[in-house]
Design a binder for this molecule. Structure first.
Ligand code: HEC
Ligand code: HEC
Length: 461
């Protein structure tokens, strides 16, 4: 069945309204919690029986008025979008707690004395939903930053403490993580490092650091941390309805939050790289949500989604020059698929903690990406003298290793339609741009039909 925009729109309005009524009545929000997004309806299902708006996740625990919910908004797949940020700016003249110079502005010492100065100062947050992550280069790093092209001439952005501008990762679907943060810096491994992580401990440390960092507070209490972690790990977020395809569970399809919440995961569940010789074998059929739509006559759009899923799972990609992959396996070309790196069943992140450099940090960038506004760092490996130009130093900021420059995790690929722009730096404005990046990067020569099938599929996740 085809659901028109109008019907979906008013349905969402009613659901949102219903949500606020029950909120005033002191009840929990509906479970799943639904919200309209760019391509239909987004849902979040909580295995804790609903979303408790009194959880410390939504409370200001620091000194600058921010809560976790400031940067992790339910209706935007628990991250933020430029539209969210712009609406906040316009309704508060730039005083909402997200607008804080500690990490919201392009530069900590930026002029925010007037509304128009603030608009400039927060341009990366306003245009791409980027937060400034400033970190010190580790002592004894194998590399040094020898030049910075900084559009903001920020005094605090230095060779010792570069500023990296990153998208908040969704604070949902956390049960699928094999590594925490873009650069993995909050990951605490379990007993067998390659095979397990201690998720609760990793997320507890993360919640602590987010409160002292983003919210500029004292460490939260153990109880607050435990409540936050219990809250966020119960969340499953996915697209539930698509403007053109309708209900994503219709006719045997398995989109939406309920199937996602039942999806099994453990580190290494699908071993695309042979990381674990004694472990699981690899299946490239990572997503199996829309197989039943493949031959549905009279539903061309649903068939397109099913074709997109098939392309994602099986379309051959000659993978070259990916740091962490081609060098690690000693193979110049690896014949893979999208699922070589996005291998967690029906979640799409990397099932092992394997940071990869696919080229999203490289300067100059592929034309599909918009890296305007990002500083460019010239990084030199001390031992060899070799230099690279990047907009993010990635995992190397944690390990100090030259080999880790530009490496980031392969993130969970659910709820994409609600959270443009994409990649760690928001450089792909749309899913079409993200697909076009891969087309350019790996010389795929995708046809217009293949591109639109892939995008139609990604929008339903
Ligand atoms: C000022 C915005 C901001 C606030 C406030 C904030 N976060 Fe985040 N969050 C981010 C950014 C940016 C990242 C990614 C940073 C990186 O990877 O370097 C992130 C990453 C995360 C992740 C990692 C998810 C993953 O896939 O690895 C979790 C979990 C998270 N935040 C939870 C929280 C919690 C809990 C709080 C409150 C205690 C909080 N955040 C407050 C911006 C924010
Ligand atoms: C060689 C490994 C690799 C392959 C192959 C690969 N990806 Fe990715 N993908 C990644 C990594 C790593 C990231 C994170 C990069 C970043 O944020 O800068 C990513 C990010 C993404 C994102 C953005 C997610 C977000 O939260 O912003 C999308 C969408 C995506 N990939 C889709 C695809 C599609 C479609 C294909 C096949 C055409 C594909 N990927 C093939 C490794 C890979």
């Amino acid at each position: 069945m085809r659901v028109s925009r109008g019907v979906t729109g008013s349905l969402c309005f009613l659901l949102v309204l219903f949500g606020s009524i029950s909120l005033f009545g002191g009840k929990r929000l509906p479970n799943p919690l639904l919200a309209p997004d760019s391509h239909g309806v987004l849902g979040t299902y909580s295995t804790a029986g609903g979303i408790d708006i009194n959880n410390p996740f939504f409370q200001s625990l620091g000194t600058n008025g921010r809560s976790c919910g400031t940067c992790h908004i339910s209706s935007s797949a628990w991250t933020i979008t430029p539209a969210d940020v712009q609406a906040k700016f316009n309704s508060t003249q730039g005083t909402d707690p997200i607008f804080r110079t500690n990490d919201g502005s392009n530069c900590p010492s930026a002029d925010v004395s007037t509304v128009s100065a603030s608009r400039q100062a927060y341009s990366q947050l306003l245009s791409k939903g980027l937060i400034r992550v400033s970190m010190a280069v580790p002592a004894n790093a194998e590399f040094q930053i020898i030049n910075i092209q900084d559009p903001y001439n920020c005094a605090e952005t230095t060779a010792a403490t570069p500023a990296l501008y990153r998208r908040p990762l969704p604070a949902t679907n956390l049960g699928f993580l094999s590594t925490i943060m873009w650069d993995g810096r909050e990951t605490i491994f379990g007993a067998i490092p390659k095979k397990s992580i201690n998720l609760a401990q990793s997320l507890s440390n993360q919640a602590n650091d987010a409160t002292t960092g983003h919210a500029q507070g004292l460490p939260p209490t153990q109880q607050q941390v435990a409540q936050i972690v219990a809250f966020e790990t119960a969340l499953y977020t996915a697209q539930t309805n698509d403007h053109h395809a309708g209900d994503l569970t219709a006719r045997g399809a398995k989109g939406g939050t309920e199937y996602l919440s039942q999806q099994n995961f453990y580190v290494g569940i699908n071993d695309s790289l042979g990381e674990d010789p004694s472990g699981d074998t690899f299946s490239s059929n990572v997503f199996n949500l829309y197989g039943s739509w493949k031959n549905l006559t009279g539903s061309p759009y649903r068939q397109s989604i099913a074709r997109g899923e098939d392309l994602f799972n099986n379309m051959p990609i000659p993978i070259t020059g990916v740091g962490g992959l081609n060098d690690a396996l000693g193979q110049t070309v690896i014949m893979g698929t999208c699922t070589t790196c996005h291998d967690s069943p029906n979640a799409g992140n990397h099932s092992f903690s394997v940071p990869l450099a696919i080229g999203t940090t490289v300067y100059p960038a592929m034309t599909a990406l918009d890296i305007s506004g990002l500083p460019v760092y010239t990084v030199q490996c001390i031992a060899t003298g070799a230099t690279v130009q990047v907009t993010d130093i990635g995992r190397a900021m944690i390990t100090g290793k030259c080999a880790d420059i530009g490496k980031l995790k392969g993130p969970v690929l659910r709820a994409l339609a609600a959270r443009a722009p994409y990649f760690h730096n928001g450089a792909a404005a749309t899913l079409t741009d993200a697909v076009e990046f891969y087309n350019q990067r790996f010389n795929l020569s995708l046809t217009p039909q293949q591109k639109s099938d892939l995008v139609a599929f990604l929008q339903t996740l």
